[in-house]
Design a protein around this ligand. Structure first.
Ligand code: APR
Length: 240
């Protein structure tokens, strides 16, 4: 690996767990308390947009609670980005804004964002306003356009896949953090990076579904294992 490797980081709900946001598949996770097909599919939105809005409004409200702030893992990734520079890409499956609040900039929200709304007609994204509900006409196509949550639902294509795959095929190092490895295409990123010769590392509370595909795995809470890994990587690269 040269002095400044090309780095791709993938994050999932586990990185935000210690900031007070629930994951999906752990005990008491979001999918234990809600049926995916009732709140996170295009069919659910067509059948009962009010319920879908209620689900995302509750998550948005939680995100805005004063106790919900970035943790040491989000901060360590912002530091890593600063040290690596232009060859760093953070791909998150999370729809929260904790990476941005920690200072991350070179990033893709592949599953969309809670703090944004999408016009069904034009596909354009708008900043979420507190007054939005399932009947709000969108600012771009008023009065006919309707706003939906800017979230990639099951059965929909994640965002910016071409950019992500390109970065993975060029990566020297791929780090997967806080994701159960159960949802594709993100769960397949390790294989794409590996096939392109990258070193692959998993940082997770416990071994994920595909942990044996990684060259290295470090298990424990993200707020500990991520800063530890980032510090040792920066030392290894003489960038500490
Ligand atoms: N530190 C590190 N990892 C943690 C922590 C923690 N403090 N707490 C939980 N984890 C791990 C869990 O062990 C689990 O492997 O985070 C992972 C969370 O997995 P999921 O709940 O499945 O979340 P994620 O992988 O992000 O889900 C992917 O599924 O429902 C969809 O669109 C949703 O983006 C989401 C996608």
């Amino acid at each position: 690996m040269g002095n400044k490797p090309r780095v791709v980081v993938l994050t999932g709900a586990g990185i935000s767990a210690e900031s007070g946001l629930r994951t999906f598949r752990d005990s008491n996770g979001l999918w234990e308390n809600h049926k995916v097909e009732d709140v996170a599919t295009p069919e659910a939105y067509a059948a009962n947009s009010e319920l879908v809005y209620k689900f995302y409004n509750a998550r948005r409200a939680q995100l805005q609670e004063p106790s919900v702030v970035p943790n040491a893992a989000h901060e360590a990734l912002a530091r890593l980005e600063k040290q690596i520079g232009k060859d760093f890409l953070l791909v998150t499956q999370n729809v929260d804004d904790l990476h941005e609040r920690a200072g991350s900039q070179r990033m893709i929200h592949m599953h969309g964002k809670l703090l944004s709304a999408r016009c069904i007609s034009s596909g354009e994204s708008h900043r979420w306003e507190a007054s939005f509900d399932e009947t709000t006409p969108c600012p771009c196509c008023k009065p006919s356009g309707v706003l939906r949550p800017d979230i990639v639902w099951f059965g929909e294509m994640p965002l910016k896949m071409d950019d992500i795959i390109l970065a993975l095929t060029k990566a020297d190092l791929f780090i997967s953090i806080g994701t159960s490895g159960q949802v594709y295409p993100a769960a397949g990123f390790v294989q794409v990076a590996k096939d392109s010769g990258a070193r692959t590392v998993e940082l997770n509370l416990e071994p994920s579904d595909g942990f044996d595909m990684f060259d290295e795995s470090y298990h424990g809470p993200a707020s500990k294992v991520v800063p530890n890994f980032v510090e040792s990587l920066l030392e290894e690269l003489s960038l500490a």
